[in-house]
Design a protein around this ligand. Structure first.
Ligand SMILES: Nc1ncnc2c1ncn2[C@@H]1O[C@H](COP(=O)(O)OP(=O)(O)OP(=O)(O)O)[C@@H](O)[C@H]1O
Length: 740
């Protein structure tokens, strides 16, 4: 290894995501090229780099950097170059000049030691001064971290993520237990943590390694929807992952259970192994459902049949037999499930139920698992519906540094009736948190379509509750005349029954366009979204039409289609600011989606009059502004909420001209276009097609090969999830513990 020292005179290339940089360095009166992970590098900076000379096939002799040691710039010119580079948020070229005019060579010392003095500079208030000081400090800490962790092979990109999570504790956390990274940091899996641990010399048989490997295996199974794993399956998976003999895994499972880090529960054949929160949740949901459903209500003082008649007269409608049954049961039951496919009258039934309880002067709370579903529920019921998270008054506990629900068993929801829509999307943890906050005597009405894809999170909650035969369920199965007019509704039911579909019926809303290869499918989709549908029906390409793909990768996957769609719907334009990252370019006007729940993300309206927090997985917005100096991308959601994303937070959003069908759960769009082509069989399933088609309100266009469409309709293999809720609920019947 060789060390060289010089001044950075140019940055030729910098990958914002990975930190990989190509720069020109003035060294011994010559300009040389240095390459490597140097995300904080800036022009004018003096640095000392360690590495080796290499000969690149195209670019010739370069210095490949393995670590670098920045020294603070000293001359006014280099300080200007450093400050104006944009690396410190809030300082661009103009501000850099003003600071230097004021403080000269002492500028950096002032920023580091006495940032409050920056207020002496015109245009810097106390808040901004504090922010600049903090940013400078973070930048320094990050450099330090990169230098310290590079010896373990941790790239600058990971250092950024690590720093974002642990801040000044980063080195301490990593050196104490590198496996913690796999638990806490998205993008660092067990394998990466394991390779870091190996470089630190941690033994493959170490207790930390084996226990983290087991926990990691269980965590992985959650993302596949399982609430537990049978012990033998866990042992096999963990042993494969860790490449250690199964006996070590078995021993560690016992130890972890003893330390109450995991829970073993006797199954009919073998033990089932749970992570503790999921064990508590599954048992809790079961217990709470039984308790609430067993509640003996006092006799209601109204004649429910009369009430139904009144509502029918008022709404000029005749409720079907099962709809009436649902209304009657909603009054009688502590817990009621109402399920049915599209157009079977769920919304009409909810509205009738609301009327009955309103006439009884009872308090009703409405909620749904996602922001979009809650918004729709508000529209169809004309009453406020909240997300379940908001209903439970989610907050942030600074002591434990985690999200907590303010409403729980100690401070339950104070309401008479709770109606939850789109329950198929509720996973076991959320259901537990919800039910915990419901006091005995409150009626819970769960509404959903059990043929939709199950929740993203673990569990099979709605289906398990229905199949248990313990909770009162009303199935709505009549498709009403008005709904029958829609081929979307008719075909959705046909898909569910595995029947062939009514395609291309004149003047209807369900079309299939045969295309035999991916190239033609893409061309057709672009033509439809850009020209044909806007021209013929007047749909807005961006706002009304949503492309849904079964997969992320491949020609017709989300990544590739988004690139094509961006080129057509929001092409390069010198009037539109854009910023390129490794694999994607964000441009003002792009359609993007938030891809994880961020309960604390702040939003504000343009005039600053309305503010709030929380942007949720699946929320769709548009890029509104890109501030290169501040390194921020601003996205507008729901037409008014403006949210700022620092460049380091861009893993929270992705382009959404096209999204996966999974991500579209709970949302509705006027028009849905779906590419139908080869994909792995586990993606070409009936319930995936059903979920995609039922997202459309006005028009569905399928583009592709009919043989794959038929394959999807016929493929009703549902990939089963390990969940014991149904079994646990049924046990109450076997034990004769149910009184009703
Ligand atoms: N008892 C009824 N008699 C006649 N029409 C009805 C009845 N119930 C519902 N409908 C009509 O059937 C259509 C579908 O009803 P509704 O919107 O309530 O169903 P849904 O299950 O909520 O549908 P989706 O899941 O597609 O939103 C509506 O046009 C509604 O007016």
């Amino acid at each position: 290894m060789e060390k060289i020292k010089g001044v950075i005179v140019d940055i030729v290339f910098k990958n914002e995501e990975s930190g990989y940089t190509v720069a020109s360095l003035e060294f011994e009166n010559d300009i040389i090229t240095i390459v490597g992970c140097m995300p904080t590098l800036t022009i004018g900076e003096t640095i000392e780099v360690e590495g080796k000379w290499i000969s690149h096939k195209i670019y010739g002799i370069q210095f490949e950097v393995s670590s670098f040691l920045p020294s603070t710039p000293a001359s006014v010119d280099s300080i200007y170059a450093y400050l104006s580079s944009g690396i410190i948020k809030g300082i661009g070229p103009k501000m850099a000049q003003k600071i230097i005019d004021k403080f000269g060579v002492n500028s950096l010392d002032i920023i580091q030691m006495n940032p409050e003095k920056l207020t002496l500079v015109d245009g810097i208030g106390a808040k901004k001064a504090e922010r600049i000081g903090k940013n400078f400090e973070e930048n320094r800490e990050l450099r330090n971290l990169i230098m310290n962790l590079s010896k373990y092979g941790i790239s600058a990109n990971y250092c950024l993520k690590i720093y974002k999570k642990y801040k000044s504790r980063s080195i301490e956390v990593v050196e104490k237990n590198p496996y913690k990274l796999a638990e806490d940091i998205k993008g660092i899996g067990f394998k990466i943590a394991d390779s870091i641990a190996a470089k630190m010399g941690i033994s493959p048989y170490s207790k930390d390694r084996i226990s983290q490997g087991i926990i990691y295996t269980l965590n992985q199974s959650l993302s596949e929807g399982h609430t537990f794993l049978p012990k033998s399956k866990l042992v096999k998976k963990a042993s494969n992952l860790l490449e250690v003999e199964e006996e070590y895994i078995r021993d560690m499972i016992i130890k972890l259970a003893f330390e109450q880090k995991i829970q073993l529960q006797k199954g009919s054949i073998e033990d089932n192994v749970y992570l503790i929160p999921y064990y508590i949740s599954e048992n809790g949901v079961c217990k709470k459902l039984i308790e609430l459903s067993q509640y003996e209500f006092e006799d209601i003082k109204i004649n429910i049949e009369e009430e139904i008649k009144k509502i029918e007269k008022c709404e000029n409608i005749k409720l079907a037999k099962n709809q009436k049954e649902a209304v009657v049961q909603s009054v009688k039951s502590g817990v009621l499930v109402i399920t049915g496919g599209p157009g079977t009258g769920k919304t009409t039934t909810i509205n009738a139920i609301i009327k009955v309880f309103e006439n009884l002067k009872m308090d009703i709370s409405l909620a749904a698992p996602t922001g979009r579903a809650a918004k729709r529920m508000s529209e169809t019921t004309q009453k406020e519906a909240k997300t379940i998270h908001r209903l439970l008054e989610m907050g942030y506990s600074s002591e434990e540094n985690e999200l907590v629900f303010m409403r729980d068993e100690e401070d339950p929801l104070n309401t008479d009736v709770i109606i939850i829509d789109e329950v198929s999307m509720v996973d076991i943890l959320l259901m537990y948190n919800l039910l915990k906050a419901v006091k005995a005597g409150t009626r819970v009405i769960l509404v959903g379509d059990c043929d939709q894809l199950p929740s993203v999170g673990p569990g099979n909650v709605l289906k398990d509750i229905i199949d248990s035969n313990v909770i009162k369920v009303v199935k709505l199965n009549e498709i009403f005349r008005q709904a029958k007019e829609s081929m979307i509704v008719v075909n959705a039911h046909k898909i569910n029954k595995g029947e062939s579909l009514n395609l291309n019926v004149k003047d209807k809303d369900f079309y299939f366009i045969q295309k035999n290869n991916n190239e033609d499918i893409i061309k057709e989709i672009l033509n439809l979204v850009h020209k044909r549908l806007p021209d013929y029906y007047g749909f807005n390409s961006m706002k009304d039409i949503q492309i849904l793909s079964p997969m992320r990768k491949g020609d017709t996957g989300v990544f590739n289609l988004n690139i094509h769609l961006q080129n057509v719907l929001n092409p390069k334009d010198k009037l539109k600011v854009e910023e390129s990252f490794q694999k994607r370019t964000f441009r003002v006007g792009d359609k993007v989606m938030q891809i994880k729940n961020n309960y604390t993300k702040k939003w504000e309206t343009e005039d600053g009059e309305d503010k709030g927090e929380g942007i949720y997985n699946g929320d769709i917005g548009y890029i509104y502004h890109i501030d290169k100096e501040e390194r921020n991308i601003y996205v507008i959601f729901d037409e008014v909420k403006i949210v700022s994303y620092d460049y380091s937070e861009l893993d929270e959003i992705e382009h959404s001209f096209c999204t996966t069908i999974h991500k579209s759960q709970g949302s509705e769009f006027p028009v849905v276009i779906i590419p139908i082509t080869w994909a792995p069989p586990m993606l070409l399933t009936r319930n995936l097609l059903y979920t995609a088609v039922t997202r459309a309100k006005k028009l569905v266009v399928l583009v592709g090969d009919i043989k794959y469409l038929n394959y999807m309709v016929n493929n009703n293999k549902i990939y089963s999830r390990y969940s014991n809720l149904k079994l646990k609920l049924s046990k109450f019947i076997e034990a004769g513990l149910l009184t009703k």
